[in-house]
Design a protein around this ligand. Structure first.
Ligand code: ZN
Length: 242
């Protein structure tokens, strides 16, 4: 199943079942164009994984890590399908197509073999990255945590919808820039959940973005980005400079 969070015309926030461009809640079916699409989760934090594809580590000239490289994006970074992300300053910005895991229950110290039990589902993400500041910071606040730096959506797909070798692709203005599969993960989703929950409690709605494959490249004013994850659908957002 696919779930969409949305605001209806009366202003109420709903979570409905999504199917073929419509979303249904409470016996009513809405055309998606008639509602405001919201991010599929409201995370207290987005836990981000760096270098989880060997080919991306290589293109960045970095080693493959022996444990997951982790960093955070706060709630202000979350944006919706259809949003326009304002790029900070005149910095060099790149896109990063990622598969996002949405957590379904509060959890800590989860074993690898139990980890899929805490997954509510999957969505698509763009880890929009400010390389100018990222290269100068150790904590990647200006680099990764600016407003709108984490578009998520458009829907939450239940785990049965997403195959183990799901494709992930990113297009800018219709041109394919990134194309890979989650079968190339260095650390699997259960391994990531076990590692993260060794250090912190995850809450329902928290999100883990699982790293980006090779092909990251620059975003410029006016670009339109699409991140397509097999079994989820296509997240779309634009970018602008002010
Ligand atoms: Zn990333």
């Amino acid at each position: 199943m696919h779930w969409m969070r949305f605001r209806d015309r009366a202003g109420a926030v709903r979570r409905g079942e999504y199917e073929d461009g419509t979303v249904s809640f409470g016996g009513r079916t809405y055309d998606v164009d008639d509602v405001e699409v919201l991010p599929p989760a409201e995370p207290s934090k987005v836990v981000c994984v760096g270098r989880n594809y060997a080919a991306h580590a290589e293109e960045r000239g970095e080693e493959v890590p022996d444990r997951p490289l982790l960093f955070l994006k706060p709630p202000n970074a979350v944006a919706s399908d259809g949003d326009t992300v304002t790029l900070p300053g005149d910095n060099y910005i790149e896109h990063e197509a990622e598969v996002a895991v949405v957590i379904g229950e509060q959890c800590r110290n989860v074993a690898v073999e139990d980890a899929l039990d805490v997954v509510a589902g999957y969505t698509a993400a763009d880890d929009v990255s400010n390389r100018t500041d990222q290269s100068q910071e150790k904590n990647w606040v200006r680099g990764k945590a600016f407003d709108g730096a984490c578009p998520l959506g458009p829907v939450l797909a239940s785990p049965d919808e997403v195959p183990h070798d799901a494709s992930v692709e990113l297009r800018v203005n219709g041109e394919t820039r990134q194309s890979s599969s989650i079968e190339h993960f260095i650390f699997t989703v259960p391994e990531l959940i076990a590692e993260i929950t060794e250090y912190m409690t995850l809450e329902p709605g928290d999100v883990i973005i699982t790293g980006t494959p090779e092909g990251v490249a620059e975003l410029e004013d006016g670009d339109s980005v699409e991140v397509e994850v097999e079994g989820v659908g296509t997240l779309s957002h634009d970018v602008e400079r002010r």
